[in-house]
Design a protein around this ligand. Sequence first.
Ligand SMILES: [Zn+2]
Length: 206
Amino acid sequence: MLLPYNLRYLQNACQTASDPKVVASVRYSVQSKIMELLSESPDIQQLLLDPIASLNTADDFREYLSSAEMHLAEFPQLTEKQIRKLFPKNKKLALPDLSVDYRFVTYLGWVDISSTKLFIVYPLDGQVVGIEGKYTPTHKKSVCFLCNRHSETALFTAVSKARPAHASPDYYKAVGNYMCLDSRECNKHITNVDALEKFIRSVIGT
Ligand SMILES: [Zn+2]
């Protein structure tokens, strides 16, 4: 993805060009290039294009780039077999739709309605990990802890594998959060992975 190069060009124009018309024309050409690059995905296109109109300071660019790169970093292509391996205890694992456009996937999330389980697959520190838990639809809108939108959410609770040093054999700790029921929509709006990574770490116990 050539986004960083195009943006550097615009940042340079913002910081050095004294003529606002020059900045405007560079901005326009960068926007058209991004539009071209993302022609198949109108939602993400809007998400990436709209903020460009108001990028000016070095901080603006830094912030925008880190959120944009997250949207465009390739999620690893996974096979059904690899996914099953992540959840060995689920003999009848419901599989997610793997024919998605991975450029726009930050995490893979799906639900198994029959067991009311929710699954998340994510490349944490370069290694693909899977977590699972129960989901309870809230039947009302609340703020998703991943994308921070007000949306139809479910309470997702997972059992943490982290154990204190001298825990009793029946030690049990659940961690939970409200998250979007529709993970495809959630993926379109997530701009920061800190909450997701923190949650995954609290479940897998690293
Ligand atoms: Zn969400």
